[in-house]
Design a protein around this ligand. Structure first.
Ligand SMILES: [Mg+2]
Length: 305
């Protein structure tokens, strides 16, 4: 049994009063409050060139992204830090970035915990907030729906996968800005049938959404928006679909909602794009390209571990 499976076996049972349980971007409690938790580990989730300020910003934003995906307005954060002795200068920088992220997203820090770590830094943020419409999970996609992403992909992937990345790619990696206003506009109007945030890359996250919905998808590779910083690079597609850390919104919506989705984008200065469609056949088919990594992942329904 893997470590994850052992912990997963502890979860629940989720009662009928709990609208959304495990397997989605956030849990939704009775009364319509969503909660998520994320941990960043030094050397695994952050390292140079991220500054302490960047880590403070990003540690909140990864959770802001999850709450936006489920359709909840971020409101209250709990912060847990495990730090080596004598780490005041690092914490001061971290606090500046975290505070900046709280102001950006309208979040109040309402509690937390600080402990000593024998080595390395660990940052864990739990974030809650009220739903602005019906809970929007990964599980509602239906065959015939359009498949959308909220914006260009791949800059953050370039930022951590290549030596000496350009400053724009480092910025995307260090200072992600999830499309919160757009995600909430979609949620308030109940336009999307399913959604999740792109944290691990389209090639990993899309099969997860399909599995949760019991559907497949067809992606048109030429319609996947690439970040400007990737233009002209032969490895652009790999960074865009495999790089991760985009924190863009991946969602599905009936074609009848197409114009209203675009209007929600225009109102929130977001440029969502249709990249394909939802199919009844399970598995993800990519037209015009392959998922990087394996020639045999052209057709796959199985999310990677
Ligand atoms: Mg997520």
């Amino acid at each position: 049994m893997t470590e994850e499976a052992i912990i997963a076996s502890l979860v629940g049972p989720v009662g009928p009063g709990t609208p959304v349980g495990p397997g989605h971007d956030a849990a939704v409690l009775p009364g319509g409050v969503a909660w998520t938790v994320d941990t960043l580990v030094e050397g695994v989730h952050f390292a140079a060139p991220l500054t302490p300020e960047d880590v403070g910003w990003k540690s909140l934003m990864v959770s802001v992204s999850d709450l936006g995906a489920i359709g909840a307005r971020p409101a209250w954060a709990l912060l847990s830090l495990s730090l080596p002795r004598g780490d005041g200068a690092w914490v001061a920088g971290f606090a500046n970035g975290f505070h900046e992220a709280c102001r950006w997203s309208g979040v109040a820090l309402v509690g937390g915990d600080t402990t000593r770590s024998p080595s390395g830094r660990f940052v864990s943020v739990s974030l809650g907030g009220p739903l602005v419409g019906p809970a929007r999970t990964r599980g509602g996609a239906r065959p015939g729906d359009e498949l959308w992403v909220s914006g260009p992909l791949g800059a953050a992937g370039l930022g951590w996968r290549t030596p000496n990345p350009p400053p724009e790619a480092v910025r995307a990696l260090a200072r992600p800005e999830p499309p919160l206003a757009f995600a909430l506009a979609l949620a308030a109007s109940n336009l999307a049938s399913a959604a999740m945030d792109l944290s691990d890359g389209l090639s990993t996250d899309l099969p997860r959404l399909c599995a949760a919905s019991g559907v497949g998808a067809r992606v048109v590779s030429g319609d996947v928006p690439l970040h400007d910083v990737l233009i002209g690079r032969p490895d652009a597609w790999a960074h865009a679909v495999d790089g991760g850390d985009d924190y863009a919104l991946l969602f599905t919506a009936p074609p009848t909602h197409h114009d209203r989705v675009l209007a929600a984008g225009a109102r929130t200065m977001t440029h969502p794009r249709v990249i394909g469609s939802v199919t009844a056949d399970p598995g993800v088919e990519v037209i015009g390209a392959r998922w990087p990594g394996s020639a045999f992942r052209h057709f796959t329904g199985a999310p990677r571990a």
